[in-house]
Design a binder for this molecule. Structure first.
Ligand code: MG
Length: 218
């Protein structure tokens, strides 16, 4: 079982489902040649994909292009179904740092055939995840800097101010499709600057006021 911790409150959750947004930053959608969507693009990773700070991403043998995507993670603290945006923040228990590891070559092949992406997005070790800070300690989740470097070299440097769909709307929309339960995690999309990593690399991710994450690649 994979867990999500909020050390400041001593809370620990068993991670349920991980619901992810694609193309939630316009510049990242453009760098991949994708249209900016009207409705959120949604996919899921299994909880078994999670690794923690200090862990290692194992690139599957079926990919030659494993990309990093740093993302703000939300931790759901209470069950909700079809919650309105105005109430949605009551269900967010914490914020964390996630890296949505993506097998870009595999994803591109599947997308071109109209096939599902799971093997490009949900493989074991594809979801490095930090501990969470209590939601009450983050004044504005849309005023956070996201940074990711590989071997000390800056790759991604963005701000959650550039999100297309904002946190209350994201939680509301997802809860209209899937009942959200305590321990569910939502990944809110990545800014531009994604790129590939290879065995031997070290990734350092950081979100201001939220935390950091160091992950090795094998
Ligand atoms: Mg992503």
């Amino acid at each position: 079982m994979k867990t999500a911790k909020i050390p400041a409150t001593g809370q620990e959750f068993t991670i349920g489902k991980i619901v992810c947004l694609g193309r939630n930053y316009a510049e990242h959608a453009r760098e991949l040649g994708n249209e900016v969507p009207q409705a959120p693009v949604i996919f899921m990773k299994p909880a078994t994909a999670v690794i923690y700070d200090g862990g290692t991403v194992h690139i599957p043998a079926y990919s030659q292009a494993c990309h990093h995507e740093i993302e703000l993670a939300l931790l759901i603290g209470r069950e909700c179904r079809d919650v309105a945006p105005e109430q949605a923040m009551e269900y967010v228990a914490g914020y964390g740092v996630a890296i949505d590891m993506t097998l870009r070559d595999v994803q591109d092949r599947l997308k071109s055939k109209g096939l599902p992406w799971e093997i490009a997005k949900g493989f074991d070790t594809s979801c490095p995840l930090s501990d969470f800070v209590p939601a009450s300690t983050v004044a504005d989740p849309h005023d956070l800097t996201l940074r990711l470097s590989v071997n000390g070299e800056p790759r991604q440097n963005g701000t959650t101010a550039d999100m297309i769909h904002r946190v209350p709307g994201i939680v509301s929309h997802i809860s209209s499709i899937f009942t959200l339960e305590p321990g569910d995690v939502i990944l809110t999309g990545t800014p531009s600057g994604v790129g590939s990593v290879k065995a031997g690399d070290v990734m350092d991710g950081e979100i201001s006021g939220v935390g950091s994450l160091k992950v090795f690649v094998h």
